[in-house]
Design a protein around this ligand. Structure first.
Ligand code: SF4
Ligand code: SF4
Length: 78
């Protein structure tokens, strides 16, 4: 079961990619933005933040974001 709903605030994103490194390290034991389940697609000074179908909504990426671009909201226990 997914633990959180993940909300994104793209205007706050600095493109630092800490979220991607946290996700890839958690699930593949390597720091590789290309294997992360969160995608940061930069276009000029803006970006698009999306999640792959494999995202577990675990919230680890949120814990690695220092800039308020990600927020996790716990889902109510069933
Ligand atoms: S969402 Fe947060 S951690 Fe990820 S690239 Fe943007 S600012 Fe960095
Ligand atoms: S919620 Fe978990 S699985 Fe999904 S992108 Fe973030 S760290 Fe990766």
């Amino acid at each position: 079961m997914e633990a959180y709903s993940i909300h994104v605030f793209e205007a706050n994103c600095t493109f630092c990619r800490r979220c991607q490194l946290g996700c890839s390290n958690a699930y593949t034991r390597e720091f590789n933005q290309n294997t992360a389940n969160i995608r940061i697609e930069v276009s000029g000074l803006t970006c698009s933040i999306t999640f792959s179908d494999d995202c577990r909504k675990c919230g680890i990426c949120v814990d690695h974001c220092f800039y308020g671009a990600l927020q996790k909201v716990a889902k109510e226990a069933a």
